[in-house]
Design a protein around this ligand. Structure first.
Ligand SMILES: *[C@@H]1O[C@H](CO)[C@@H](O)[C@H](O)[C@H]1NC(C)=O
Ligand SMILES: *[C@@H]1O[C@H](CO)[C@@H](O)[C@H](O)[C@H]1NC(C)=O
Ligand SMILES: *[C@@H]1O[C@H](CO)[C@@H](O)[C@H](O)[C@H]1NC(C)=O
Ligand SMILES: *[C@@H]1O[C@H](CO)[C@@H](O)[C@H](O)[C@H]1NC(C)=O
Ligand SMILES: *[C@@H]1O[C@H](CO)[C@@H](O)[C@H](O)[C@H]1NC(C)=O
Ligand SMILES: *[C@@H]1O[C@H](CO)[C@@H](O)[C@H](O)[C@H]1NC(C)=O
Ligand SMILES: *[C@@H]1O[C@H](CO)[C@@H](O)[C@H](O)[C@H]1NC(C)=O
Ligand SMILES: *[C@@H]1O[C@H](CO)[C@@H](O)[C@H](O)[C@H]1NC(C)=O
Ligand SMILES: *[C@@H]1O[C@H](CO)[C@@H](O)[C@H](O)[C@H]1NC(C)=O
Length: 881
């Protein structure tokens, strides 16, 4: 089946020159009618949108995220709903040769009637559907979409697959989800995940419109810049697709112009009747220096305006514009001296880059709530935390165009999974055909974005298969492997390589990359430290012990849970819910044993909250889970960062750290560093520090304290290292050692300093329990690293730690607020919380070793000094004892 596509980045508004030529577009966004299966409910519903949102907007249900509503509203997803609309055609139908009805996205299973005629069916929410309605459109028309519950459809499909099971059948009971999601091409986490609720939505989730045209119509155009290193020039490959209805060939010319690069080229084209693809290569003027697109922290995100003008017979002009960015990406997999296996790192514009970042999940169960403001806020927080990369995880969706446009603009590299996650999948022809259409569509839609630097076939399915997560019948292993290779290697990979040669493809994450391919598409151990990427989780061992972590080439998932702040939970709970072991707290935890694991990890180093006031104790526990998570992910990330340039015991050259997970889909405990609504957890502030371009990493190895300098700078730098020994009982450092300057090479992690802990303690005349270390780097160019610290004992054993009285004096300065803090004692994990006032601090969750410190607050909505003063709550570690 040929699929018609929407243009990316820009509007595709064909300019109507003569009344007989060109395209007229009529939007069907807006209010439709929504009806439940037996007609007992009938209500208006917005398109794009879904049934849940329509019910909520009409006041027929409460906030679906409130308390236990995910279970209360299960009936919505189990019913079969109908969307309908009647409209008068604004076009004079007799004037148009062809009329199409186009859905950019239908969620998910429906049969579509136009004027009572069935025009087609849908069963894949990631496909664009186009239906020819030329012969049935009238002056007054009706459209009906008869949806089938995604849950009942998935069950039917699974039942029909009789030869062997395709596990898992159902999610673990703790997730309170629906079964057989692997049988439907729909957002996989919409049937629940270990951080998210089950809301299998129904609706028309993207744009819908009618397009009428004469002579010919531009379906899509897409492009990709390629660097020809022999000729040392950029070529821009452009592909456009036309639907030509004229019986005579349509001639004309196409002009592509990039004014800033003094590039303009004109080609003659002739289009025959039918679907036609036009491929052009534009050579970029060699005399003008092309500024390349760089990831955040490595340079500018320069892009160039391009226009493309088709001037066709009959006065038909079609003009489009788009932003073109130039960059190259290579995935380097080559032997490393002293280490078995292959490297696994990215070179952007020829420069090796360490990927620092996190994993992206859908920002809401109801996509109609994900506005461009929501996306901008979350993605701005990504770069504000010094990240340069996100992995768009395979259990979610191919994100909106706006998401990728923002990543282009902000310099966020995107690792894009195809949407298959943590399961085995069917590979019958019908399923494959649907996936093939999906892949071709999505690759075309997204490939012009420089931010996407890699495609990955799925999330964890190779590991699930080869490490036997689902205890499959060994007799069937061969079939499962064959199905796996058929789906990801023989279909998805081939389609991606045919449609896009401008970025690499790996069949899964984690995978062994080239080694996986050498083994025929599946590796016996896809999580090897010597090849490709790994995912790593361990909630049992003490996370302050870096020896727990894998010295792998690239870690694309790792993390620890925490609870979101009280102000976030308060919005979806009531008084009875506010304790750590309430029914609500258990209900929201979708990871088995998760709440216990958080306390288990906390207890290694901290005293558990002692307050006799239940609410205080709940809030303190939330705080402690955030401290624990931040400290765990810090230790782990710093281990990966410092493993960048060394091989130890045959392992190392780590070039990526993407922790699980960036954002939340609702208000619940999870691995996220950003809460639902965008509030920064303590981990996000930690990330801002540990992902800084210049960072000193401290750790202990057999009672010797080491400091590495980690640089993401493009030039070598001379840095001075300052190490301070503080006693818990005094705001004056006991001693301060200044060392260097050291040369820290560009893009390297190098050992700078080591000293037996005993000697450091001697300098301060103190003990492990009474002292703590802080350290930072400074360069001649006055560039400072964040101040890092190292605990010499668990804070629960600290001697001399006093209750700190911390006061804040708030003043307004333009759009920001200045918080002048003053403490009476050294205070670990100082946490400033202004409740539900949206915004973020310049720093938070820090160790306060000096009497005063100034922190800025950047509000996301107008607020006042008064409001901030009233909401501010300052917590540090001793407050919870
Ligand atoms: C219609 O369906 C709803 C939801 O499934 C159900 O609660 C209701 O009883 C049904 N009404 C009739 C009249 O069958
Ligand atoms: C929804 O439609 C499916 C398929 O036609 C049917 O099996 C199921 O019973 C319907 N569900 C309800 C609640 O009507
Ligand atoms: C529609 O177009 C046809 C053919 O051009 C013309 O005869 C007719 O009058 C038009 N009708 C209206 C309502 O404009
Ligand atoms: C659609 O078909 C139904 C039953 O076949 C009929 O009752 C109805 O009037 C038709 N509607 C239109 C707009 O033709
Ligand atoms: C980035 O852009 C700024 C402002 O346009 C310019 O001054 C600077 O030279 C650019 N940097 C690079 C590396 O191109
Ligand atoms: C590029 O295009 C955008 C959007 O059309 C426009 O706002 C901007 O001014 C253009 N820039 C230049 C340099 O022409
Ligand atoms: C570092 O400092 C030394 C001595 O001060 C100087 O010779 C050298 O050029 C500097 N290197 C860099 C990269 O700035
Ligand atoms: C070191 O500490 C001991 C015991 O607290 C004290 O007696 C001694 O004077 C201290 N020495 C220095 C140099 O501060
Ligand atoms: C708060 O800061 C302002 C401005 O710096 C200053 O005038 C004022 O005295 C401070 N107040 C307190 C209580 O420290």
């Amino acid at each position: 089946m040929r699929v018609h596509l929407l243009l990316l980045l820009t509007m595709c508004s064909a300019v109507l020159v003569a009344s007989v030529a060109g395209t007229r577009s009529y939007s069907l966004r807006g209010e439709w009618r929504v009806r439940s299966g037996n007609g007992s409910l009938e209500l208006p519903g917005m398109v794009p949108g879904c049934v849940h949102s329509a019910l909520l907007q009409q006041g027929l249900i409460q906030d679906p995220y409130y308390r236990f509503n995910d279970l209360n509203y299960r009936w919505i997803s189990l019913d079969n709903w109908t969307y309908s609309i009647e409209f008068k055609t604004p076009l004079n139908i007799s004037k148009w040769q062809k009329v199409n009805l186009i859905f950019e996205g239908v969620d998910t299973v429906s049969s579509i009637l136009f004027n009572n005629v069935t025009i087609g069916k849908t069963d894949n929410m990631f496909i664009r559907y186009s239906f020819d309605i030329t012969s049935i459109i009238r002056d007054v028309n009706s459209i009906e979409l008869h949806f089938q519950s995604a849950v009942s459809y998935a069950a039917q499909q699974s039942k029909a697959h009789t030869r062997y099971e395709v596990p898992p059948n159902c999610p673990p009971p703790v997730q309170k989800g629906e079964c057989h999601v692997n049988f439907i091409r729909k957002e996989q986490c919409s049937f629940s995940w270990d951080w998210g609720p089950s809301f299998p939505t129904q609706g028309i989730w993207k744009d819908v419109r009618i397009e009428a045209f004469n002579i010919c119509h531009l379906n899509y155009f897409t492009f990709s810049p390629k660097y020809d290193s022999t000729a040392q020039e950029w070529n821009l490959e452009i592909e456009s697709s036309f639907d030509v209805v004229s019986s005579k060939p349509v001639g004309g010319r196409v002009t592509i112009a990039i004014p800033k690069l003094q590039t303009e080229q004109t080609y003659n084209i002739e289009l025959q009747h039918g679907e036609r693809i036009v491929e052009l290569v534009v050579k970029i003027n060699k005399n003008i220096a092309v500024e390349t697109w760089w990831p955040h922290g490595h340079g500018n995100q320069t892009g160039y305006n391009m226009t493309i003008l088709f001037e066709l017979d009959g006065g038909l002009n079609i003009e489009n514009s788009a932003k073109v960015y130039f960059r190259t990406v290579e995935l380097v997999e080559e032997p490393i001296k002293g280490s078995p296996g292959l490297s696994f790192y990215f070179r952007i514009n020829g420069f090796p880059i360490f990927l620092k970042g996190s994993n992206w999940i859908p920002a809401d169960s109801f996509q109609d709530r994900v506005t461009s403001d929501v996306l901008r806020l979350l993605l701005q927080s990504v770069v504000d935390a010094n990240m340069n990369a996100l992995r768009v995880w395979g259990g979610g969706i191919y994100e909106q165009d706006e998401f990728y446009a923002l990543c282009d603009e902000l310099g966020i590299m995107v690792w894009q999974d195809f949407l298959f996650a943590s399961a085995l999948y069917p590979a019958d022809q019908r399923f494959l055909d649907s996936v093939r259409t999906e892949v071709v569509h999505q690759v075309r839609r997204l490939k012009s974005h420089p931010s996407i630097i890699i495609w990955s076939g799925n999330n964890e399915n190779e590991a699930a298969l080869m490490m036997d997560w689902f205890l499959i019948n060994p007799l069937h292993l061969k079939i499962y492997i064959k199905d796996y290779v058929t789906l990801y290697v023989k279909n998805i990979r081939e389609l991606v390589l045919a449609g896009d040669t401008s970025r690499p493809f790996i069949p899964s994450s984690p995978t062994n990359g080239a080694q996986t391919m050498a083994e025929g598409g599946v590796s016996h151990n896809p999580n090897s430290n010597h090849y490709g990427d790994v995912h790593f989780y361990n909630y049992i061992c003490d996370c302050w012990n870096w020896m727990v972590f894998p010295k792998a080439r690239f870690v694309s998932e790792y993390g620890y849970q925490s609870w979101p702040s009280f102000s976030t939970l308060e919005k979806v709970s009531s008084k009875n819910d506010w304790s750590y072991n309430s029914k609500f707290s258990l209900h929201r935890q979708h990871h088995k044993g998760g709440n216990k694991e958080m306390l288990h990890q906390a207890k290694f180093h901290f005293k558990l909250p002692q307050s006799t006031d239940p609410l205080r104790k709940f809030k303190d526990t939330i705080y402690l889970t955030q401290v624990t998570q931040a400290q765990c992910v810090k230790t782990e990330t710093e281990f990966y960062l410092r493993s960048r340039s060394e091989i130890v015991g045959g392992k190392g050259h780590s070039m990526g750290a993407l922790y699980w997970q960036l954002n939340d889909i609702w208000q619940a405990p999870s691995w996220a560093s950003l809460e639902y609504g965008g509030k920064w957890k303590m981990l996000h502030y930690f990330a801002q520090r540990f992902f800084a371009p210049l960072l000193p990493v401290g750790f202990e190895d057999r009672d010797v304290f080491h400091v590495y300098g980690v640089s993401d700078l493009h030039t070598d730098c001379n840095a001075t290292l300052t190490v301070r020994v503080h006693t818990w009982s005094s705001l004056e450092p006991l001693c301060s050692l200044v060392m260097g300057p050291f040369v820290i090479k560009a893009g390297q992690a190098v050992p700078l300093y080591k000293e037996p802990v005993r000697k450091l303690l001697g300098c301060g005349n103190c003990t492990r329990k009474s002292c703590v270390l802080s350290f930072y780097l400074s360069t001649e160019r006055k560039l400072f690293s964040p101040t890092n610290y190292h605990f010499l004992s668990s804070p629960k054993d600290a001697v001399g730690l006093l209750k700190a009285q911390i006061t804040a004096n708030i003043t307004q300065q333009g759009d920001t607020f200045v918080f002048d803090l003053e403490t009476s004692a050294v205070a670990p994990f100082v946490w400033l919380d202004v409740g539900s006032i949206p915004g973020r601090f310049s720093d938070n969750g820090f160790l306060m070793t000096e009497k005063t410190r100034t922190v800025l607050f950047y509000p996301w909505k107008p607020t006042s000094k008064r409001e901030l003063e009233q909401s501010l709550h300052v917590t540090s570690l001793t407050d919870i004892y």
